[in-house]
Design a protein around this ligand. Structure first.
Ligand code: PLP
Length: 452
């Protein structure tokens, strides 16, 4: 399978090449040249272990890997998840399920993508003999997952920008307490979007990218998206056949990566009735799916910080497919958005998406409601998804993080502070971080000084 840019530039490239490049050279995002149909046995066989499912799925795309390499890759990526199911489906009520995606090493769904990415980088360094500098921006969970996936690996230094004071204390500890010399967490003044913009700028400048041997870990990397598609199939497999007709996946959404991964497997034949985009008060995607207009209005910090995002990178992938793979049209729309800060998209509200939004107040109400109605504690991101439950459907809420990552908000809502062993251990460790001025130039200089 080859991968092409959403902006139509360059030649089609292999999976490993698309992975290595991250952002396409023309500034677009890589997408598979076509979306193959899911083999039907993938959906029917509910006894398939997660790594086997992952192997089957990825073998449709990573066709430049042989079977043994691919199996080793998925085994290394998902072998140490604490729950042997990796992504267990918990029934909360007769038609409400939670797909728990927080059993990986950093307790959020980002581990699914980034464990695989860590192993792909390791493989790439072995193959090419070239060291790399990984650069990313995080709203909290991506950074910790990437750092966990890459800590201590020979030939990689990791630079992660995050908005100072806008991520949870435990998320910051997960990034800054590794004690590994190849990890550089960089707090910057500003928002996640400011951080992401710097990353995009450095990555988009081919000369700098080449010179600094930069590689991306943001969800602009197609490998992450593909890794996330797998658990949608896994969720579906765990449903009884009577529950499969009318499935509503409700997805806490920020960068549109997770939900796009689900939509992609739907295009490949997974029979899903609806995708519900669940946003916090930063509701650009909620407004988009209700009005057809994508309009930037600024970001306010919320109780669900990993969704405090305005420019959803993966949205470009979705737009490309919405345009029926018309790259020229996608280019002009992205240019218009950049210039005018808004974009009207025709026929948008007809798609099988719905959207809900939650203010901070509603996040607290939903955490309380989940505790009372289901005796289940949801984290503040997952709490946004509670608003998308439809009594006439089989609802699958994506539980994107462990509640113990956000103890303050949970305490505010229900008076108890959830804990988790690995997070408790972090509280005793020393933090190490590297504040740098929030400009591309300053970040570039810092990387030059500390590159592998
Ligand atoms: C990253 C994140 C999200 C948002 O996911 P996107 O792929 O950016 O839409 C939601 N919840 C949690 C806990 C996250 O870490």
């Amino acid at each position: 399978m080859n991968f092409v840019s959403t902006r139509g530039g360059g030649e089609p490239v292999s999976f490993s090449e698309a992975f290595a490049q991250g952002l396409a050279p023309d500034g677009g995002l890589f997408v598979p040249e076509n979306l193959p149909l899911l083999p039907t046995d993938l959906i029917i066989d509910d006894s398939m272990p997660y790594p086997v499912l992952a192997w089957d799925f990825l073998s449709l795309f990573a066709t430049d890997h042989d079977n043994d390499d691919l199996m080793a890759l998925v085994d290394n990526s998902y072998g140490d998840f604490s729950d042997t199911m990796s992504a267990p489906l918990q029934q909360l009520a007769f038609n409400v399920f939670a797909l728990e995606l927080f059993h990986g090493p950093t307790l959020a769904f980002k581990d699914f993508g980034l464990q695989l990415v860590g192993n792909l980088f390791e493989e790439q360094i072995k193959r090419t003999g070239e060291p790399i500098n990984v650069l990313g921006a995080t709203s909290g969970d991506t950074g910790s997952a990437a750092i966990h996936g890459l800590a201590g690996i020979e030939g990689v230094n990791v630079f992660i920008l995050y908005p100072e004071g806008r991520i949870s204390k435990l998320q910051e500890r997960q990034m800054t307490c590794t004690g590994e010399k190849n990890i550089f967490p960089i707090p910057i003044k500003g928002t996640f979007d400011d951080a992401q913009k710097i990353v995009k700028e450095l990555m988009g400048d081919l000369e700098t990218k080449e010179k600094l041997k930069l590689s991306a870990i943001n969800s602009i990397n197609i490998a992450r998206v593909l890794a996330q598609s797998i658990y949608y199939v896994h969720a579906f497999m765990q449903l009884n056949s009577d529950d499969r007709d009318n499935v509503n996946f409700i997805v806490p959404t920020g960068n549109f990566g997770n939900i796009f991964a689900g939509w992609m497997v739907h295009q490949m034949g997974l029979p899903v009735d609806r995708f519900t985009v669940a946003t916090n008060q930063n509701d650009i995607l909620f407004r988009l799916f209700n009005t057809g207009e994508y309009k930037l209005e600024g970001v306010e910090p919320s109780f669900a910080p990993s969704m405090d995002i305005e420019v959803a990178s993966n949205f470009e992938r979705f737009l490309y497919y919405h345009n029926e793979k018309d790259a020229d049209r996608t280019v002009s729309q992205m240019a218009k958005l950049k210039k005018e800060g808004k974009l009207k998209i025709s026929n948008f509200t007809k798609s099988n998406f719905q959207a809900t939004r939650c203010t901070d107040e509603e996040i607290l109400v939903n955490i309380k409601k989940a505790k009372e109605d289901y005796d289940y504690i949801v984290d503040p991101h997952t709490a946004c998804a509670i608003s998308g439950i439809d009594p006439d459907k089989t609802n699958i809420i994506l539980a994107t993080a462990h509640p113990a990552k956000f103890p303050d908000v949970i305490k505010k809502a229900i008076g108890v502070e959830p804990t988790e062993e690995s997070l408790e251990a972090l509280k005793k460790k020393k933090m190490k971080k590297y504040p740098v001025e929030a400009t591309p130039k300053a970040i570039q200089e810092f990387i030059e000084k500390n590159a592998v």
